[in-house]
Every structure is written in C-alpha cells, then in structure tokens.
Write a protein that binds this ligand. Structure first.
Ligand code: SF4
Length: 448
C-alpha cells in the first residue's frame, strides 16, 4: 500500500540504479581529500599564507560535542569535563597568532565561520573570547559570522552572545523530527526544543537559518520524511541541506550502533531524495546543487540564479572568496593553487602549534589541469551548463553515454546541459572528469 507521502509525490526524478552503482566523492574540492599526500605541509602552507590575495574567509573548527551521535562521520570527540576543550582553545589561540602574522598586511577578512563538532560545546564566554581573538588578530572589519549549532546545547545565554556578536547565519543539526528515528541514531531532541532554539535565533538576529536534514536513516519511512519536511517548512528555515545517510561502519566505528537491517535500500533512499526535492520545490524553495534548497530571497538562491554558486569544504556556498583559511585540528585551507589540511589529531595539533609550528600536515598542490577540471566539476555539481571540450576523450564520452541516453543531461556541441532530472546523477557525471577516480573507489559513499 502506498503511504500518504508516496501518494502525494509525483517522484519527478527517474530511477536508474545502474547509473548510481559506483561510489563517488562529494567533491567539496578537486582533487578530493583522497588525493592529499604528506609531501604537502608547513612550507606550502606558509608560502600560501604569505602570498594570499583578495578577500579571505576564515573557518574555525571545534572538534568536540557534548554527546556523540551514532551516525556522525565528523572528526569530533566528547567534551567530558571541559579540560580538553580548554587546552584546545589555548592551542587555537596560538594558531590564530601564527597564521594571522603571516598574511599580507591589509588582507580583508570577509567571513568567519565556526563549525565542528559543535561550536556550542564551548561556553558562550569561550565563544565570545575566540571570536574576539579572531577579529583582533586578523583585523577583521564587520565580517559575516556564521555558526553550526547543536540544538541540544543551546541556551538563552548563547542566544544573547550571538546577538551581541552580530551572528547573522546559523545552521541547526536537526536530521529528523521523528522520535523513533532519533532513538535509532542516538540523537534525541524533542520538536519543542528545536522550535525554541529557532525562536531564540530569530530573536537574536539570525537572518539565514539552515536546517540539516537526513534521509536513508534507520526505520525512516516516506511519511517520517514528509513530517520532518513539513515541520521544517513551517519553521521557515531559509536553507535546507537534505543529506543521504552514508552507512560506512568499517570507516566510522560509532555507526556500528546503528542497526544496518533497519536501513532503507538504495531504491527507497532514492525515492526519499526525490520526494524531498518534490516537496521542497513545491513549497517554494529553490533547488541548490544536488542536495540543498533555499528560499528565493536567501543569498544562496540569489547566487544560484546568477550562476555563481560555489562549492567548498563547507558545501554549497555563496562565498566568492578564493582563499579559505581553516583553523583548528583537521581543518582544511583552500588556496587557488593548493589545499592544505591541518594535523587531524587534536593532541598532535596542540603540540605542533604550542611549539610555534604551523599545523599543516597534508594536502595537494593543484595543477593547472586540476583547477580547470575542478571548475568544470563545480559547474556540474552546481547544476549549470559545463563546457567539456578539453575533456571529451573516448573514455569520457563512453561514460557519459548512458546518462545522455536516459535523458538525465543533454550534450549540445561540447556543452553539457543539466535538466530537472540531473541532480541525483550529478556526482556520478562529475566523477567521469575525475582523473584520480580509478583508484580506491570504495572510500566513497553511494551517489544517492
Ligand atoms: S552534534 Fe553534530 S558533530 Fe557532534 S556528533 Fe552529533 S552530528 Fe556529529
């Protein structure tokens, strides 16, 4: 019997499982993190910082949470009694001093983002101090400030702090409103708690509020998803990221707590993604890339309509800065010609920066070919026409043929044109241009 959700959806995306058979990266960079090598590190980080140009965005990583969710693949640990977090903040202060001293005088910091982990695993006072350090050290004048928030740890004190700091963008980890799924993924947060946090954030002046939602969760039905989407729409989230849960317990041991036999199969996952697309676009949201949605007046929708949507380690973004500097353990810095990741282990990160060393410990230098291919891959993922002329080798043409034959994209001359059915296949199509992809495909998750 069809559920209410299935009955109401016209499931506009056609399902072709053979086109989704290959595990593919999410392409938050090209080359992807799988290509990072340890031959790139401090020396490359130093020279990139010393010659950075144009507007710069900062990202501060807080790799701690008060509770660990079973599905989560982030590099994060528990706060415990707070001592580790306090020591980490001391190290972050040292890294801020090291990095800011290397940037050319007059560098303009346009944005400061806090992510994790859970930035609100910090106390409001710790957060205010950290922001102050960043603003002073980098001489940031009126930057746009954004923060990821765990609703379970939010409080009126936090709201007052965000208001005082002028935080305008926030992202809430919601995932699902269904209590039975929350129990099955180790993240219980009653609806009333999320509603209360939304009200506090709005009152605090947050004007762009994102909800992270998930499909493909254990025991999740289309009706569960419909309910979560309806509550999200009712709360007027400005942006929605609708991610598919990737179950890879061999890579993320905490996922072993999730019952694999309760997970929807690939077809059910596809139907949920298609249903989400259907519901959100009918509710007036603009589709952004392959898994985001935004209200028409949100900056993410505006840059999409202008054809200048970008993609970086934070996902789809309106940020046009060419330089993103990551601070904190495991954070990634992106420069036009290189990508550098900080030491991932929080203990080793602390030792490095406290001895006066930069924390870069791995990455990749981007060749001219990487940069052009990366731009074409971004075009495909962002859902705009992509010029394939330099890359239409026989192998690429053969790989593209089944996608074109099914009509999930169209080739006109040498330009690939997306259509309303492209989104679920975008990562798979983009991977055809990825020269590194012949190696280790098992490291990635399903394309849907
Ligand atoms: S709060 Fe967020 S970062 Fe922390 S474990 Fe849960 S999902 Fe992961």
């Amino acid at each position: 019997m069809r559920s209410n959700a299935q009955a109401q959806s016209n499931l506009m995306w056609p399902y072709y499982p053979d086109l989704l058979a290959r595990a593919v990266p999410r392409y938050t960079s090209y080359p992807t993190a799988a290509e990072f090598g340890t031959d790139v590190g401090v020396a490359e980080q130093r020279s990139a910082l010393e010659s950075a140009q144009g507007p710069i965005s900062l990202y501060a990583h807080i790799p701690y949470c008060s509770q660990l969710c079973w599905y989560c693949g982030c590099n994060t640990g528990t706060v415990g009694n707070g001592a580790r977090l306090a020591t980490y903040l001391e190290a972050l202060t040292q890294e801020i001093a090291l990095v800011s001293a290397l940037l050319p005088h007059g560098s303009h910091i346009g944005r400061i983002a806090f992510g994790g982990g859970s930035p609100n695993a910090l106390t409001p006072i710790q957060f205010a101090r950290l922001l102050d350090q960043l603003v002073v050290a980098f001489r940031a004048h009126a930057p746009q400030i954004s923060i990821e928030i765990d609703p379970r740890d939010f409080s009126p004190d936090w709201a007052a702090t965000l208001k005082g700091a002028g935080v305008s963008h926030a992202s809430l980890g919601v995932q699902t409103f269904a209590p039975h799924i929350q129990a099955a993924i180790g993240r219980v947060q009653p609806t009333a708690q999320v509603e209360s946090v939304v009200a506090m954030l709005r009152e605090a002046g947050v004007r762009s509020l994102n909800f992270d939602l998930m499909y493909g969760l254990p025991g999740q039905t289309p009706d569960d998803l419909q309910d979560s989407l309806a509550r999200t729409i009712a709360l007027r989230a400005d942006r929605i990221a609708l991610f598919g849960y990737a179950h890879v317990p061999h890579l993320i041991p905490r996922q072993r707590l999730i019952k694999a036999d309760a997970l929807p199969d690939q077809q059910a996952r596809f139907m949920m993604a298609a249903f989400g697309y259907d519901v959100l676009t009918r509710a007036g949201y603009v589709p952004i890339g392959f898994d985001h949605f935004a209200l028409p007046d949100d900056p993410l929708a505006l840059v999409t309509q202008q054809g200048v949507l970008r993609r970086n380690f934070q996902g789809f973004t309106e940020d046009q800065a060419e330089t993103l500097i990551g601070l904190g353990a495991s954070s990634i810095s992106q420069f036009p010609d290189r990508i550098i990741q900080n030491e991932k282990n929080a203990g080793r990160y602390r030792m490095r920066v406290s001895s006066g060393q930069l924390a870069g410990n791995g990455g990749v230098l981007r060749s001219a070919d990487d940069r052009v291919r990366g731009a074409v891959i971004t075009d495909i993922l962002c859902g705009r026409p992509a010029e394939l002329a330099p890359y239409l080798s026989r192998t690429v043409e053969e790989g593209l043929a089944p996608f074109l034959a099914r009509g999930v994209a169209r080739l006109e001359g040498t330009t690939l044109h997306p259509n309303a059915d492209t989104a679920p296949y975008a990562r798979s199509i983009a991977s055809l241009l990825d020269v590194y992809r012949a190696q280790a495909p098992q490291r990635f998750s399903s394309a849907i």
